[in-house]
Design a protein. Structure first.
Length: 248
């Protein structure tokens, strides 16, 4: 049986004070749940939040990670640096990075590799745009996104990784994929991995992301190949994030 995981992606929101309050609110509402929970906070709040989550079940993650290990790369944050602040996870290839900051399948693969070199679990985000879906390119797009990583690090690297399926058309739009639409792609991803390694396919956590909310999380999480969620907007409120977590 796969363990479920719910991850909050705070994106570029909040202040130091609100981040502290939000983290504390989440920690206060944690109870023994048979699932894992994490938050990906803005880089500058990692030192503060990393102190708050110490000794709790709430794990920490970053929203991106450099594709190089060290050196003259102004503005980048390395895996070694993130490790120092107890990041267990790092998002790689979020669609906002791909769309607005030029992340390519190849640079995302390099970020995935950098994370693993410091024992940080990459959460590889994949997903199609509305236009790609309408042109029936969803599976092709996802194949390319997965293949770039597999080509660089090999399928065995997915032993310690998470995949997040995030249809771009559902992110921050309020348009959630239906339970069946999401399950169809999750199933596809698992089969794609199974063709390369059945054991990894059976155990890898595949999260759904895109306008997941307290009122639709239960249905999504009940799908056989959906192992939790990557939550943006609804993770900015402790109560709604916890409601989603407790929908597992
Ligand atoms: P959303 O974002 O829940 O606000 O749609 C999800 C994500 O981008 O990870």
């Amino acid at each position: 049986m796969r363990r479920s995981l719910v991850v909050g992606n705070w994106k570029m929101n909040g202040t130091l004070a609100s981040s502290e309050l939000l983290a504390k609110g989440i920690i206060a509402g944690l109870d023994s749940n048979n699932a894992d929970i994490a938050i990906c906070v803005p880089y500058v709040y990692l030192p503060c939040v990393s102190e708050l989550v110490k000794g709790t079940a709430l794990a920490l993650g970053s929203q991106n990670i450099a594709d190089k290990s060290t050196g003259a790369f102004t503005g980048e944050i390395s895996a070694t640096m993130l490790r120092e602040f107890n990041c267990k996870y790092a998002l790689v290839g979020h669609s906002e990075r791909r769309t607005f900051y030029g992340d390519t399948n190849e640079s995302v693969a390099a970020r995935f590799s950098q994370a693993q070199q410091q024992n940080i679990i990459p959460i590889l985000c994949v997903g199609e745009t509305l236009e790609q879906r309408e042109q029936n390119q969803t599976f092709e797009v996802i194949n390319d996104q997965l293949d770039a990583v597999i080509n660089l690090v090999g399928v065995a690297a997915f032993n310690s990784a998470v995949i997040a399926y995030e249809p771009v058309w559902a992110i921050g739009t309020g348009k959630t994929a239906s339970d069946e639409q999401a399950q169809e792609v999750h199933y596809y991803i698992r089969q794609y991995m199974a063709a390369k390694d059945q054991v990894i396919a059976d155990k890898i956590q595949i999260l759904y992301g895109g306008s997941a909310k307290p009122d639709n999380a239960k249905g999504l999480f009940a799908m056989p190949d959906i192992d939790g969620g990557l939550i943006g907007g609804a993770s900015l409120d402790a109560e709604s994030f916890l409601k989603i977590f407790h929908s597992i």
